[in-house]
Design a protein around this ligand. Structure first.
Ligand SMILES: Nc1ncnc2c1ncn2[C@@H]1O[C@H](COP(=O)(O)OP(=O)(O)OP(=O)(O)O)[C@@H](O)[C@H]1O
Ligand SMILES: O=C(O)[C@H](O)[C@@H](O)[C@H](O)[C@H](O)CO
Length: 180
């Protein structure tokens, strides 16, 4: 349970287009903690790769996660909501090392739904051709502790309410599934 003296520390995770930024900004505001946009911390080289349709490698993501881990540690006294794809378990563990007990909200959607959303924002750095590679990298976090799995196609209002309730009211042991 998160008490008023204990600040919320959350990562909103999932593949490109799942709604991390949209939900992250709402949750940060609702929980009264700063928002960290993970995409703002990719190296110029990684951004160039994604723009040209080349998926990031573990090595690309390792240096990015190092930066994000440091940014999380700078916010230990305030808490924060971080948006970060965090596709593999080892990436999530990297962030957990920075903030023990860090929680993850997983926005789940199908490849077709992700493609549709990414295709609808052509000016964005992430091309639709890379969506399949996101699902190839994705390791389902649901068996890990401190994970809330939500249907990314639910309304932002209901997703925000689910997250705030989870943070404020607490969680049973293990992952929590909330129906849309
Ligand atoms: N719950 C939702 N219902 C309907 N549309 C949504 C929802 N969440 C996000 N969207 C829309 O889906 C698109 C992708 O959302 P958003 O940019 O928040 O995703 P993201 O995971 O941060 O993407 P990326 O990591 O690629 O930047 C946007 O057009 C957004 O308006
Ligand atoms: O791990 C990754 O491959 C990246 O973080 C991507 O998920 C993008 O940054 C993001 O989705 C951009 O739209």
């Amino acid at each position: 349970m998160t008490t008023s003296s204990e600040k919320a520390f959350l990562v909103i995770m999932g593949v490109a287009g799942c709604g991390k930024s949209s939900l992250g900004s709402r949750c940060a505001q609702a929980l009264g903690v700063p928002l960290l946009e993970g995409d703002d911390f990719h190296s110029a080289q990684s951004v160039k790769k994604m723009r040209s349709g080349v998926p990031l490698t573990d090595a690309d993501r390792h240096s990015w996660l190092d930066v994000l881990a440091k940014e999380l540690q700078l916010r230990l006294s305030t808490g924060c909501v971080l948006t970060c794809s965090a596709l593999r378990q080892r990436y999530r563990d990297h962030l957990r090392q920075a903030v023990p007990g860090l929680r993850f909200v997983f926005l789940a959607l199908t490849p077709a739904q992700a493609r549709e959303r990414v295709a609808a924002r052509p000016a964005h750095l992430f091309p639709v051709s890379l969506v399949a590679s996101q699902f190839e990298a994705l390791e389902d976090p649901c068996s890990e502790p401190g994970v809330l799995s939500l249907d990314a196609t639910a309304s932002l209002e209901s997703l925000e309410a689910d997250v705030v309730r989870w943070v404020r009211v607490g969680e049973p042991d293990g992952p929590v599934e909330v129906a849309p």
